[in-house]
Write a protein that binds this ligand. Structure first.
Ligand SMILES: Nc1ncnc2c1ncn2[C@@H]1O[C@H](COP(=O)(O)OP(=O)(O)OP(=O)(O)O)[C@@H](O)[C@H]1O
Ligand SMILES: [Mg+2]
Length: 380
């Protein structure tokens, strides 16, 4: 549904912003939330920008729970940033409504509630859908490492689960098996090769969850969407400024965040590239991300986390591959598709990537360990 300008102006007037609206435009690059950028002349004369987002309630069923997490996390990071006297990393702040709520609520034409939130805009920043060079990849790893480090002592009981079983890979695997059995769209037979691939690689499903369940790795505050475009970088210097898109911040393992960061930043091709020869893990970009991440987190990681970082890249790639294939088998009900078999193409892409990752695992494990040892030694 296209929102009229007057309607969005009406909604954003609910927020506690002491200024006059000069301009508003829609930023369309978000997949999940609809994002608007607005410019205000504040009462003290300063010109300031703000971000407004309509929450996607199909994905996030409990918007207030989600906002509670974001308010707590952003307040925690802001407190630490001030304490460290850090002026390099502007903080993301939730702007409340005039009646001190985290969300503005409006009814759509069907009488359904729509939820909007406001943030300060990270000024003079840019986000990249595709990293333009290796520095962007290094800074993405560093930004997510910094984010994890800022939250290392966050009281974990103070965090809600916004999407249940988000990285429960064994559960995703068992759901996949059930759906292949049910085969509601009569598609499973045609993807027998892909199903066999999943069965052959099923041991990847429980690697990280077993480590968690056996108490070998800690539960940490994790971002759960560690994509390159969720880091705002300085337009001029290219340094990372702020991690955004905190909707999926929950409790989990550092391994999923690291693995997914590498999967998205260091894959040579788009997720729906059809030429599988172009799909592989770029080792130079893997090294850049790892260097950035470990430069922040090396001192804080436990041995079992470090030893499983390479495998984590395979686990998350396996997980996403089965999610795409599962959605194809179920008739494309979850991921937005642009053409027939789009999800199947995406699944094949992840499976090719997984095969490539497996062939490079020994190299990556050695690289991670050396880089880790070097950083720990330098810091000690
Ligand atoms: N506080 C902010 N300051 C500056 N730009 C922002 C801010 N928040 C979001 N943006 C811009 O809007 C884009 C979309 O925001 P966000 O990632 O929160 O939405 P999303 O729909 O969840 O995105 P996606 O699903 O693609 O990750 C970002 O990539 C960034 O360019
Ligand atoms: Mg995003």
């Amino acid at each position: 549904m296209v929102m009229k300008v007057e309607e969005i102006i009406e909604i954003i007037s609910q927020f506690d912003i002491d200024g006059i609206l000069l301009d508003i435009c829609c930023k369309n690059n978000g997949n999940i939330n609809k994002t608007y950028l607005a410019t205000y002349k504040m009462s003290d004369g300063e010109v300031k920008k703000f971000i407004f987002q309509k929450i996607n309630t199909t994905v996030f069923k409990e918007p207030y729970k989600l906002m509670k997490n974001i308010e707590n996390i952003t307040a925690w990071i802001e407190k630490k940033t001030k304490f460290n006297d850090d002026h390099k990393h502007p903080c993301l702040k939730v702007i409340p409504t005039k009646n001190k709520k985290s969300l503005a609520v409006v009814l759509d034409e069907n009488g359904e509630k729509q939820y909007y939130r406001a943030y300060n805009c990270i000024e003079n920043s840019v986000s990249y859908d595709v990293p333009k060079d290796k520095k962007v990849v290094y800074n993405t790893g560093k930004a997510f490492g910094y984010f994890q480090r800022m939250l290392i002592d966050y009281p974990i009981t103070n965090l809600e689960e916004t999407i249940a079983d988000f990285h429960n890979t064994p559960k995703r695997y068992s759901n996949f098996l059930k759906d292949v059995e049910l085969d509601v769209c009569d598609r499973a037979y045609d993807v027998a090769d892909e199903v066999v691939f999943v069965l052959k690689n099923s041991s990847y499903s429980s690697i990280i969850t077993n480590l968690i369940n056996n108490g070998r790795i800690p539960i940490r505050v994790t971002h759960n969407d560690t994509k390159v475009n969720n880091v705002m970088m300085d337009e001029q210097t290219g340094d990372y400024l702020t991690v955004i898109d905190l909707d999926t911040v929950m409790l989990g393992s550092s391994l999923y965040d690291y693995g997914d960061g590498i999967r998205s930043a260091a894959s040579n091709a788009k997720e729906d590239e059809t030429d599988l020869d172009k799909v592989f893990l770029n080792l130079e970009l893997f090294e850049q991300y790892t260097e950035g991440y470990l430069s922040e987190m090396a001192l804080y990681l436990q041995e079992d986390e470090v030893c499983h970082m390479g495998e984590a890249i395979a686990v998350i790639t396996f997980e996403l591959g089965i999610r795409f294939l599962n959605d194809y088998i179920n008739g494309d009900t979850y991921f937005k598709t642009n053409y027939d078999k789009h999800n199947l193409i995406r699944a094949r892409n992840q499976f090719k990537l997984l095969s490539d990752i497996k062939s490079k695992l020994a190299y990556m494990d050695e690289y991670i360990l050396n880089s880790y040892k070097q950083k720990v030694k330098i810091r000690q």
